[in-house]
Design a protein around this ligand. Structure first.
Ligand SMILES: *Cc1c(COP(=O)(O)O)cnc(C)c1O
Length: 466
C-alpha cells in the first residue's frame, strides 16, 4: 500500500516511511492511496474473534508491504494483552440500544493507548530492521504524553522527550508520565504554557541540527497515520458484538483533533455498515460550527472540563477535506492556506456531502456535568467528562432509535476528578487497582526555562547515542 499527501506535492511513501515521518514535506498529512474494502460476508466471518485477531484482519492490508503476517500477529497479541479487560474494548449498556464502548482499559486509562501501544512496537520493529534510531519529541497538555511514554517505554531504538507546561497539568496526568521508569524516557517541564511547548517542538522539527545529524525526530501526535489505522479496529469490534454487519450502527465520538472519528469514517468506507457518525465537541466547537454553517473559523481557545478536546483547529480534519475535494491536493493546500488567515467556506455541494456523512453537536461544561450526574443517578455508572459529551451529543443527534448508538468512552473518570466533583456527585472515582499506588510512585522530570536552545541542549545531551 502506498500513502499520498493531502497537499498533493510530497512524494508517495510506503508504510515504513510514513510511520517514521511526521508531516509530509509539503505540509500535508499522509493517507492511503486506496482503502481495502471488506464484503459483508467477510466481516460476518470475523464475529467472535479475539480483539488482537480482529485487529490483524482489519489492519494487515495497510502494513503488508513492510511486515510479515506472523510478525504483525505477534505484535498485536502483545499490544492488546496489556489491556486490563479480556474484551479489550468492552461495551457497557446505558439504555435500550444505547451503549458506551470503554476504550480506557489500557495502561494510561485513555483511548490513545490503543494506537500508541501499537505505535511503540511498530517503531521498534522497523528501526531494528533498518538499524536506525529515532528521537521522539512531543508536547502534551495531558493524555497524549503519558500514552506515548507508556507505548515507548520498552523500545530499544527510541528515545522519547515529552514537554509539558510546568505546574499546568493535573497531578494524575503528570504522575502518569513522570513515574514511568526507563533510560529512554525523558520528561521536561517547561516554565511556560502548552503553546510554548508546542512551538518548541515545531521549531525543532523544522531544524533538527541540534541532534548533530546523527538521528531524526519522529512524531507521535495523531498526524501519524499509524495512530488512525489502529483506531479503525474498534468500530468493527463494537459492531460485530451487537449484530453487525447484518445491522448498521451509529457512533458518537468525543472529538478534538478529528483523529478518532476519522477512523470511524474510514471503517465505514471499508465496508462496515455505519448509518450515523456524530462529531461531539465541547465549547471549542470549530467543527460543529463548520458542520452547521459552512464556516471554518478559528476562535479563541477556551479551557473546559474536557481538556483533551480543547483545541482551536483539528489537524486531522485535513484528511476529510482531502476526500471532500475529490482528493485534489492543490485545492486542499489553497483552502488551508486561506484558513490560516481567516474564515473559509467550501462549495455548497461539498459541504452538503459532509453533512450527509456526519452529524455534530457542541456541549458546554454545565450540560457535561448534568449528563455525568444524570447517568450516575440512573445507572450508577460514572462517565468521564469527554465521554459525557459524547453521550449527550448522541442523544441530541439521534435519528433512529432502532439503531444501536455507541458512544466512544475515551477516558476513565478517575483521570478527571474535578469534573465529577463539579457535577455535584459525592462519589469519588477510584483509580483501577493496577494504578492505585500512583501517588506513591517515584517521579522523574527536569524543569527547564521557556527557552528552545536550553531544551534542545538537554535533548542533545541525553539521547542514548549522543
Ligand atoms: C485525545 C482525546 C480526545 C480527542 O480525540 P481526537 O482523536 O483528537 O479527536 C477525546 N477524549 C479524550 C479523553 C482524549 O484523550
Amino acid at each position: 500500500m502506498r500513502y499520498i499527501s493531502t497537499r498533493g506535492e510530497a512524494p508517495a511513501l510506503g508504510f515504513e516511511d510514513v510511520l517514521l515521518t511526521g508531516l509530509a514535506t509539503d505540509g500535508g498529512l499522509y493517507v492511503p492511496e486506496s482503502l481495502p474494502h471488506f464484503s459483508v460476508e467477510e466481516i460476518r466471518s470475523w464475529r467472535g474473534l479475539p480483539y488482537a485477531e480482529l485487529a490483524y484482519k482489519v489492519m494487515y492490508p495497510f502494513v503488508e508491504d513492510a511486515i510479515p503476517a506472523d510478525d504483525f500477529r505477534k505484535m498485536l497479541g502483545e499490544t492488546y494483552s496489556v489491556f486490563s479487560h479480556q474484551a479489550v474494548a468492552p461495551l457497557v449498556q446505558l439504555d435500550t440500544n444505547e451503549w458506551v464502548m470503554e476504550l480506557f482499559r489500557g495502561p494510561t486509562l485513555a483511548f490513545k493507548d490503543f494506537a500508541l501501544q501499537l505505535l511503540g512496537r511498530l517503531l521498534d520493529y522497523v528501526l531494528e530492521k533498518r538499524k536506525q534510531h529515532v528521537v521522539i519529541m512531543g508536547a502534551t497538555s495531558g493524555d497524549t504524553g503519558s500514552a506515548a511514554i507508556e507505548g515507548c517505554r520498552r523500545c530499544e531504538h527510541v528515545d522519547i522527550f515529552i514537554l509539558h507546561p510546568y505546574q499546568r497539568v493535573s497531578e494524575v496526568q503528570r504522575r502518569q508520565m513522570t513515574t514511568v521508569q526507563g533510560d529512554n524516557i525523558h520528561n521536561i517541564a517547561v516554565k511556560g504554557n502548552f503553546d510554548d511547548c508546542q512551538r518548541m517542538v515545531k521549531e525543532s522539527f523544522g531544524n533538527q541540527s541540534f541532534l548533530g545529524g546523527k538521528t531524526q525526530l519522529a512524531a507521535v501526535n495523531s498526524i501519524n497515520w499509524a495512530r488512525i489505522m489502529a483506531q479503525i479496529v474498534y468500530y468493527f469490534q463494537a459492531s460485530l458484538a451487537l449484530g453487525g454487519p447484518d445491522r448498521s450502527m451509529a457512533f458518537s465520538v468525543p472529538t478534538g483533533n478529528f483523529g478518532d472519528i476519522f477512523a470511524g469514517y474510514l471503517a465505514k468506507k471499508m465496508g462496515l455498515p455505519i448509518s450515523q457518525l456524530v462529531i461531539a465537541t465541547n465549547r471549542n466547537d470549530i467543527l460543529h460550527r463548520f458542520m452547521s454553517g459552512n464556516k471554518y473559523e478559528q476562535h479563541q481557545l477556551e479551557h473546559t472540563l474536557s481538556p483533551s478536546m480543547d483545541i482551536m483547529v483539528s489537524s486531522n480534519f485535513e484528511r476529510l477535506l482531502f476526500d471532500l475535494h475529490g482528493r485534489d491536493g492543490a485545492a486542499v493546500k489553497d483552502l488551508l492556506e486561506r484558513a490560516a488567515k481567516g474564515p473559509v467556506s467550501i462549495e455548497d455541494y461539498r459541504w452538503k456531502h459532509a453533512r450527509k456523512l456526519f452529524d455534530s453537536d457542541a456541549v458546554d461544561d454545565k450540560t457535561t456535568c448534568d449528563t455525568i450526574r444524570d447517568i450516575y443517578e440512573k445507572n450508577e455508572y460514572l462517565l468521564d467528562p469527554h465521554t459525557a459529551i459524547g453521550v449527550r451529543a448522541a442523544r441530541n443527534c439521534r435519528r433512529d432509535s432502532t439503531v444501536p448508538m455507541i458512544t466512544l468512552g475515551t477516558a476513565h473518570p478517575a483521570k478527571f476528578p474535578d469534573a465529577i466533583a463539579e457535577s455535584g456527585l459525592v462519589v469519588k472515582p477510584q483509580l483501577p487497582a493496577h494504578m492505585a499506588d500512583l501517588f506513591e510512585r517515584e517521579e522523574r522530570y527536569t524543569v527547564l526555562d521557556n527557552n528552545v536552545s536550553e531544551v534542545q541542549g538537554f535533548i542533545a545531551k541525553h539521547w542514548k547515542n549522543a
